[in-house]
Design a protein around this ligand. Structure first.
Ligand code: NM2
Ligand code: OGA
Ligand code: ZN
Length: 379
């Protein structure tokens, strides 16, 4: 992996030269190397957690000796006599000395952005619930597309919780551990009517926002009531392509959202419609016409342009070419990444009943279950 290693005169930086000559040398700081030492006094052997704090590493730490041994490297630090051995492959995987060149806004490369032509992941209830490979593939699709459908489940109240529990934990909210989506008298939320709902993310007024949603169908005999999903990240990408300043405006300023539809509940948040990390990775979209509050955090001079950007984003979201529509049958459900994929429903009327149940599992559970299944190469 590496042919040689060199310590700079200050002792604060080591440079490894890769065997593959087309790759540039990799530099690491002494403090970084010491902080990430894999020895048993630094990291617990049983759980991998770090046993020391940064205070335990002298600020003036240096590297006094460095050697390459096949696929490992041996490093000695100024704070102790012990040499620490690292896997060269671990250092390569965790190197920070290669380009960080991203555009202004960017998306995690593990995601596949999609439009109305896509074939989205689907699974069979029994297979996904009982077979590790079917489960892993279905969860993998869910993480990659931010959406997955499941068919052939029981037509039983509460079955959605069994689906959530194969990958994570349900977050309880003022709507309950799960909620009934059906027409109600005096609805506390427009979801509990037969009205059509523009594509939206749920609960942008909640901080932290629910990261996933399951909508599980028990009855769908009314006329209409079709579901629609749309990839919010792809809509953001389209907006960036046609007008980067518009996307930037929606990420720079906070919108406001609120819900106070039932007694004892007054939820509100101040967050951008396009949320990014400090280095510009798009990590969350919040979009919900019913729950937007008055925007008060956009300077006067930018408000007109902000509304133009908001309108344009909404036009991409409403564009049928970006959307996938389907009608859920009893025993079918879908799961969406509520930080990325928006869902809509067409209005419904008529004699027949429509009854869905919904809940909000957290995405950390999905990603954790999936990584651990991948690590053990579930078969
Ligand atoms: N329900 C279905 O975010 C929203 O207010 C959408 C959520 C009421 C839990 C509806
Ligand atoms: C919701 C919602 C969709 C539907 O409850 O949040 O969007 O199909 N419902 O009823
Ligand atoms: Zn919703």
């Amino acid at each position: 992996m590496f042919t040689s290693v060199d310590i700079d005169p200050s002792g604060q930086v080591v440079t490894f030269t890769p065997k593959n000559q087309s790759q540039s040398p990799l530099r690491f700081h002494a403090v970084w190397m010491r902080d990430n030492a894999p020895d048993p006094d630094t990291k617990s052997v049983s759980n991998g957690q770090r046993l020391i704090t940064l205070h335990d590493i002298p600020e003036a730490i240096t590297i006094t000796k460095a050697e390459v041994l096949d696929d490992r490297v041996k490093i000695t630090f100024s704070d102790r006599d012990l040499a620490v051995t690292y896997d060269a492959s671990w250092l390569e995987e965790n190197a920070y000395d290669r380009g960080h060149g991203h555009g202004a806004l960017w998306f995690n490369p593990s995601l596949s952005l999609w439009d109305g032509e896509a074939r989205l992941p689907e699974g069979d209830y029994r297979q996904v619930m009982t077979q590790d490979v079917a489960k892993r593939d279905w969860l993998d699709g869910l993480a990659r597309y931010g959406f997955a459908k499941l068919s052939g489940g029981p037509v039983e109240s509460g079955a959605l919780i069994d689906v959530a529990e194969i990958f994570g934990y349900v977050r309880e909210t003022n709507y309950g551990k799960w909620f009934e989506v059906r027409t109600e008298v005096n609805p506390v939320n427009l979801a509990y009517t037969g009205l059509g709902l523009q594509a939206h993310t749920d609960n942008p007024y909640r901080d932290p926002v629910p990261t996933m949603q399951i909508l599980y169908c028990l009855e769908n005999a009314a006329e209409g009531g079709d579901s629609i999903v749309v990839d919010g990240f792809h809509c953001i990408q389209r907006l960036m392509e046609e007008d980067p300043d518009a996307a930037e405006l929606l990420s720079r300023y906070c919108a406001r959202f609120q819900y106070q539809g039932s007694a004892g509940v007054a939820l509100q948040s101040r967050r951008p419609m396009i949320e990014t990390t400090p280095d510009g990775e798009v990590i969350c979209i919040r979009f919900n016409n019913r729950s937007s509050a008055a925007f008060t955090d956009i300077p006067f001079d930018d408000m007109q342009a902000y509304y133009r950007a908001y309108r344009r984003l909404g036009e991409w979201i409403d564009d049928p070419a970006m959307q996938i529509a389907f009608k859920l049958e009893p025993g079918e459900c879908f799961v969406v990444d509520n930080t990325r994929v928006l869902h809509a429903r067409k209005g419904y009327t008529g004699e027949g009943h429509r009854w869905l149940q919904g809940c909000y599992p957290d995405k950390d559970g999905l990603l954790s279950t999936l990584s651990s299944m991948r690590n053990r190469g579930s078969s």
